[in-house]
Design a protein around this ligand. Structure first.
Ligand SMILES: Nc1nc2c(c(=O)[nH]1)N[C@@H](CNc1ccc(C(=O)N[C@@H](CCC(=O)N[C@@H](CCC(=O)N[C@@H](CCC(=O)O)C(=O)O)C(=O)O)C(=O)O)cc1)CN2
Ligand code: MET
Ligand SMILES: [Zn+2]
Length: 775
């Protein structure tokens, strides 16, 4: 057993904090370093300043315990791989900084590691590669260094580490390894490295460590639950270690909770916004870090509900600590800066700063609540309300719902298939109408967003540029993009999306029911951020949104130009959404708006319309039991949005990520004529899935990894295409990058698309140049 006697956990904490900087300082420093303008020392100085500001701010807000090691130059999963030396051999022959960014973004001739979604969020992590011979060892001191750095500022922190079970579950097997190998098999070899780290932290006098295990809220096998027991019994048995907080979040740990409770860990973190009050585990000897303030939305916390949950947990646990449901990484910094927002709306909202203040106030309320508390039925956390306590910061009670009840009738009718014929019939009509070559080459929609365009938009917002000036800049950009695609030899063109700041925010700005922020940036991956819109009311489309840009682009060329829309699931997934209506009803409202736009594009003569759903997979519930119901309504919403189109109109969709394999049946059910998927960064993993062979419609093989600045060779692209051609007939394969080109430069895009066209043309020779037909 452990020899440590932990000091009690302070009354309030947060599981993590945003790190990109209130003014996106880290983004700017990273991009400056990557471009060669800034030095590594300058980047480090920016990192140090951001960490210091965060610790000081958390202290000033009165938070009991501040986390550390929540900072990252790119991604915390990648940091964990580097910390334990799980660096694939091919990245090692360079400086530590270069190796780190090569894994994240690729480098001359070297592809990066795969990147994918962090659970059901819009944050992306780098997927570590673990092989049978990965030699784990404690290879770095980042967690220790941050503890020391904070101490030098007079702040005692709790280092946050990714837990060993989640780390291995999120990793992928190194290529070329034995079949049947899973990274979790290496747990016994990884644990000694964690032990060395815990010993080092103890030697440094660190009282508490947080080990994040969000993987526990998804379905886990008996073997995986056994791994949880093994890991935490073993780390718990260490004679010299800090006290351990194991944090589950993004849902309910279910069977993993008793497994964890049965180990010597001192504290367990529970997401009480999404999860239930635990009844299935003995927590009488544990501290529970109770996540009652949501880290996933921007609404103020209802103090009555939160306090009721805290009191219920206090009955079952040795000690209760007030906390956030997960890291605050997923919300922006400070809502007070949003002076353009309607004050009534702003008053109902809380960003990271406000959420920290809520945590602190709830801790005070809890401390002031009589102990032992009067019994609260554990079965109905939300049912048995204690007397309503005074409101949290702001002086007014939080509203019971962020918006008045919907005036729109519940949209529970399944999507009608009005008029749209079966695929084979449509495909024939489209082939006749479009007359495309085999292996048609296209792109996913956006072309590079130039600094000139971004500045023009900023100037328009600030009144330094008028609408006409902005409009002519956008038109000039569309003309340039059309000319470039004609010159490179693409078959289906796009207008390039220069008028859009973001594929979701742009639509939100043109729909009723949404508000947008000026500074509400949230990290999506690396230096890339989004400002998720706030969906607070009923959604309506007051007028056509994209039609005039599509019409203009179409007037510049004889080739087909795709209309480009964002799908209803994705618009909702990448917004902060009202919580007084079921998500499904909100998505259906958006689907109706998209449907109107599809009809208007068709009426304007647009022959191909792409409705992107890259977030279809992201909203998939983490528990299998809820997945089918979600997929059924998500598919219905997509069909509702697209089924107004006639047979001759070709509907495309785009899903960026390779783990679409988990939802392949749903992708099929979307019934889009052409679906483009990622395949470059996952080495065409998806294309090897047997299910793809059964895919009966057109498939766009994403053969160019646009998340990396690297330009692929024509030969590599050809290889990816051959993989697609092994599982699908040539007349259903399309050739395209794996996502939009907005984050790339024109130099990179021109070089890469030249190679894409070259590869397609080369293979086209093998598959005769004939128009696409369906027998
Ligand atoms: N919402 C969303 N989620 C997504 C994606 C996506 O496209 N959108 N793609 C996938 C990958 N994630 C991504 C997330 C962000 C970006 C991205 O490129 N973001 C841009 C910002 C896009 C934006 O909002 N641009 C605005 C504001 C640009 C800006 O920074 N303006 C300056 C002023 C102008 C200047 O000096 O450059 C400022 O505000 O300070 C515009 O163009 O108008 C960035 O981080 O750089 C790309 C991919 C998955 N999730
Ligand atoms: C994240 S999916 C991006 C799709 C969008 N049409 C684009 O090309 O940017
Ligand atoms: Zn994409």
């Amino acid at each position: 057993m452990t020899a440590v006697r932990p000091s009690p956990f302070p009354a309030s904490t947060v599981l993590g904090y945003p790190r990109i900087g209130p003014h996106r300082e880290l983004k700017r420093a990273l991009e400056s370093y990557w471009s060669g303008h800034g030095t590594w020392e300058e980047l480090e100085a920016t990192g140090a300043r951001l960490r210091e500001e965060t610790w000081r701010r958390l202290g000033a807000l009165g938070l009991g315990a501040a986390p550390s090691n929540t900072f990252s130059y790119y991604d915390h999963v990648l940091d964990t791989a580097v910390l334990f030396d799980a660096v694939p051999e091919r990245y090692r022959d360079r400086s530590p900084e270069d190796a780190y960014f090569a894994m994240a973004r690729g480098a001359d001739g070297l592809a990066p590691l795969r990147m994918t979604k962090w659970f059901d969020t819009n944050y992306h992590y780098i997927v570590p590669e673990i092989g049978i011979d990965t030699a784990f060892r404690l290879a770095g001191d980042k967690p220790l260094a941050e503890v020391r750095e904070a101490r030098a500022l007079g702040v005692d922190t709790r280092p946050v580490l990714l837990g060993p079970v989640t780390f291995l579950l999120l990793s992928q097997p190194a290529p070329g390894g034995p079949s049947g190998f899973a990274p979790l098999d290496r747990l016994p070899d990884l644990l000694p490295a964690y032990e060395r780290l815990l010993e080092a932290l103890a030697a440094e006098g660190v009282g508490w460590v947080q080990l994040d295990e969000p993987a526990l809220v998804a379905d886990r096998t008996e073997e995986e639950l056994a791994a949880v027991r093994t890991a935490y019994r073993r780390l718990g048995a260490l004679t010299s270690r800090p006290a351990l907080l194991v944090a589950s979040y993004f849902g309910d740990p279910g069977d993993a909770l008793p497994a964890l409770a049965d180990t010597p860990v001192e504290a367990i973190g529970l997401d009480l916004v999404r999860g239930r009050i635990p009844e299935n585990a003995d927590l009488s000897g544990k501290t529970v870090v109770a996540g009652v303030v949501s880290g996933r939305d921007v609404w103020r916390t209802r103090p009555d509900r939160a306090l009721s949950a805290l009191l219920a947990v206090r009955e079952r646990a040795a000690r209760v600590v007030v906390s956030t449901s997960c890291s605050l990484l997923h919300v922006p910094y400070d809502v007070e800066r949003e002076t353009d927002l309607d004050p009534a709306l702003r008053h109902r909202m809380a960003f990271a700063e406000q959420k920290v203040a809520e945590v602190v106030e709830l801790a005070a309320l809890l401390a002031a609540s009589p102990a032992p508390p009067r019994p609260v039925s554990p079965a109905s956390r939300r049912g048995s309300e204690p007397p309503t306590p005074p409101p949290l910061s702001g002086g007014e009670p939080a509203p019971s719902s962020p918006v008045p009840p919907s005036s729109v009738p519940a949209t529970s009718v399944p999507a009608s298939r009005e008029g749209r014929s079966p695929y084979a019939v449509r495909a024939a009509a489209q082939a006749e109408h479009l007359r495309l070559p085999v292996l048609p080459v296209t792109t996913i929609g956006s072309f590079p967003q130039t600094g000139e365009l971004r500045e023009a938009r900023a100037a328009l917002g600030a009144g330094r540029l008028d609408e006409d000036g902005y409009e002519s800049l956008v038109r000039a950009e569309i003309a340039r993009v059309i000319a470039l695609q004609e010159r490179l030899g693409l078959d289906v063109l796009v207008h390039g999306e220069p008028e859009r700041n973001d594929m979701v925010q742009y639509f939100a700005e043109h729909l009723d029911g949404f508000a947008v922020t000026r500074h509400g940036w949230v990290q999506s991956y690396g230096s890339r951020c989004t400002r998720p819109p706030i969906l607070h009311g009923d959604v309506r489309r007051p007028e056509p949104i994209t039609v005039r840009w599509s019409r203009y682009a179409g007037s510049l060329t004889d080739r087909p130009v795709k209309g480009m829309l964002t799908g209803p699931v994705t618009i909702v997934a990448w917004s902060f959404v009202r919580d007084d209506l079921p998500l499904r009803d909100v998505v259906f409202q958006v689907a109706d708006a998209v449907r109107d736009e599809v009809r208007d594009l068709e009426d304007a003569g647009v022959a191909i319309i792409q409705v992107d759903e890259p977030a279809l997979r992201e909203l998939l519930p983490l528990r299998r039991a809820s997945q089918d119901a979600y997929l059924a309504w998500a598919v219905d919403a997509y069909r509702r949005a697209t089924s107004g189109a006639g047979d001759r109109t070709q509907i495309h969709t785009h899903l960026c990520y390779s783990d679409a394999d988990q939802i392949i049946a749903a992708v099929d059910a979307l019934d889009a004529d052409v679906t483009s998927v990622e395949s470059a960064r996952s080495h065409a993993r998806l294309l090897r899935e047997p299910a793809v062979g059964g895919f009966e419609r057109g498939l766009g093989a994403g053969v160019y990894d646009i998340h990396s600045p690297r330009v692929p060779e024509a030969a590599e692209i050809e290889e990816s295409l051959r993989a697609a051609l092994r599982v699908l007939p040539a007349d259903r394969v399309w050739v395209n990058p794996d996502c939009g080109l907005k984050t790339r430069t024109y130099g990179e895009v021109e070089a890469a698309l030249t190679n894409v066209v070259k590869a397609a043309h080369h293979l086209r020779g093998d598959h005769q140049c004939r128009p696409l037909t369906v027998e």
